[in-house]
Structures are given as C-alpha cells and as structure tokens.
Design a binder for this molecule. Structure first.
Ligand code: NAP
Length: 288
C-alpha cells in the first residue's frame, strides 16, 4: 500500500487507495459556485499544489460552475497521475439563481455521468456519489430508481465505484441492499453531528464517511469552546476542527475546500495537530 506523510495516512475506497487528507474542489469556481474564478491561474496553481503535496483524493461535481471546476481540474492536471482519484457526484443541477435543484431522472443522471467524463477528460469515473435530498439537507424517500440508474452505468463500465451523498441512514441501507457502496458523503463537522451513529456503523463495515462542510462551508465554524481549545494549543480553530475530524473515526476522509494554496498548506499542518483526551472531551461537547 502506498505510504504518505500526510496526516491520517491512507484509506481504501473499494480498490482505490487514497490519502485520508483529500481536497474539496468546490471553492475553485466563482462566487456561490457559479461561473469562472476571479483568478484562473491561481485556481490552477492550487490544483497543482494539491498533487505536489501528495494528496490523491479530489472531490468535485460537474454542478460546480457548472462545469467550471471539472474543466479547471482537467486543465491543471490532465493527464492525471495514476495515484490520483477524482470523486464526483450526480443528482443535482444548477438554476439561473445559483440554486441546486435535484436532477435525478434517469436521463439527468446519464447526462451528468457523460458530462463528468467529458469535462474531466476521463473514460471511466473512479467514484460517483448519488446526490440526494436538496439544499436543506437529506429528505426521506426511496432512492431505488436513481441509484439503479447509476448501477446500470457502472455495469456499462463508465463508473468504478458508487456512493451516496446528502442521504438519510435509511437511504444508505436501501442503497446497500441494491449494490455495494464505498462511501457516504454527508454534512458533518464539530458543531453539526447528526450522523454520529451512521459514522460508527459505516466504520464497522469498512465504508468511508466523507464529511462535507468540514469547516462549516459558507458559514465558518464558530464556537467559544473551539476558540478556547485553539488558543490553548496556539493553533487556529480551522486546524483544531480538522484534527478533531481526522481522529473522530478511522473511516473519515477529509475534503476541506479552499481556493488558496496557503490555506491548503495550513490545513495539512493543522490536521496533524495533536489533541489530548482533555481537548477532545471539551470539543466533543460542542455538537451535543
Ligand atoms: N455532497 C454535497 O452535497 C456537498 C455539498 C457541499 C460541499 N461538498 C464538498 O465538500 C467540500 C468541502 O466543503 P466546502 O468547501 O463547501 O466547505 P468547507 O471545507 O467547510 O469550508 C470551505 C471554506 O473555508 C475556508 N477555508 C479553508 N481553509 C481555511 C483556512 N486555513 N483558514 C481560513 N479559511 C479557510 C475557505 O476559504 P478560502 O477559499 O479562502 O480558503 C472556504 O470559504 C467541497 O469542496 C465539495 O467538494 C459536497
């Protein structure tokens, strides 16, 4: 298994070895994830740095921009190093107002898979997450029809592995009854811990849990307890939040988003921060 000096070591998604410290590419598009970035060359430089630093897991979606983020990834990194694995999503699109309406009819999902292949310049997608729910979070209801559409595209050889995103625990179980999944990507961070039980259950099954908004997303994490622990450790709250997540469970993969190479380097150093039992006990109280 390839080794890494990145904090957290590696994890295997199906048969894909990835660094647990990954990179979330959503912040590379323009404001509110619409249109091109203000600094095109800066965005390409961040992606080059991701690979130079040894990160082998990039999370993206063709809805970012839309298309912009995938095209930047292709421009910066294609042909891709063999070790690099790009994880994408299908199931949501963008509207004129920058909203994220669901797009989970079979034809929407086929289109999304072909668009991802084209914009990333790939013949096979390593991992596609079926993006469920809506911008308010997971919503109950059967995922059978859209998930079976992706399973069919997997059978056709266009997708290696499947996952689900923005999913309830019931939908995760429903997907697993249809076909194997290798990850669940849901919102989770130090202050938002709806999925604690699900994370532990997936860890027992050897399935990755990939928290989105690990730093709070569009509303940065704020908590006096977090600030107190950070001050005591002479670290930033961002560092403490990442270090806490990495130690929360071995199946957690980090995909913090940034449009800044300096933040990327800070976040790697931050995730390596050592937390005492006392620090962790104090942090654990935040989300409960
Ligand atoms: N499945 C889904 O439905 C879904 C939804 C949302 C996101 N995602 C995925 O999850 C990934 C992570 O989520 P996210 O990027 O939205 O949120 P996030 O990682 O929680 O936070 C990103 C924000 O934190 C800032 N930041 C990062 N490092 C920093 C540092 N060291 N100091 C100060 N600020 C820092 C970034 O600003 P700078 O750019 O200035 O660094 C950005 O504004 C996304 O990239 C995307 O791939 C998935």
């Amino acid at each position: 298994m390839p080794s890494t000096s990145l904090p957290g070591g590696t994890w295997t998604l199906g048969d894909l070895n990835v660094t647990r410290f990954g990179y979330g590419a959503m912040q590379l598009a323009g404001p509110w994830v619409m249109g091109p970035p203000a600094d095109h060359d800066g965005a390409l430089a961040v992606l080059a740095e991701v690979v130079d630093l040894g990160i082998t897991h990039i999370d993206t979606s063709d809805a970012y921009g839309p298309h912009v983020t995938n095209q930047l990834i292709r421009e910066a990194l294609h042909p891709y190093p063999e070790s690099l694995h790009i994880v994408t999503k299908a199931g949501a699109t963008r509207d004129q107002q920058g909203g994220w309406p669901p797009a989970r009819e079979p034809e929407n999902l086929r289109r999304a898979v072909y668009d991802n292949l084209e914009n990333l310049g790939l013949e096979v997608l390593d991992l596609v997450n079926l993006r469920l729910g809506n911008a308010d979070g997971p919503q109950p209801g059967s995922l059978a029809e859209p998930f079976e559409t992706l399973v069919e595209l997997q059978r056709q050889g266009l997708i290696r592995h499947l996952g689900v995103s923005n999913a309830t625990a019931e939908q995760v179980a429903e997907a697993q009854a249809i076909a194997p999944i290798v990850c669940v990507q849901n919102m989770y961070n130090l202050a938002y811990r709806q999925d604690d039980e699900l994370i532990d259950r997936l860890a027992e099954q050897g399935i990755a849990y990939v928290p989105y908004f690990p730093l709070g997303g569009f509303s940065p994490l704020q908590s006096s307890a977090l600030s107190a622990v950070a001050a005591r450790l002479d670290a930033t709250p961002v560092s403490v939040a990442l270090a806490w997540l990495l130690r929360r469970s071995p199946n957690i993969l980090l995909i913090p988003g940034t449009s800044s190479a300096a933040h990327l380097r800070e976040n790697i150093a931050g995730a390596a921060l050592s937390l005492s039992d006392e620090d962790r006990a104090e942090l654990d109280k935040i989300g409960h």
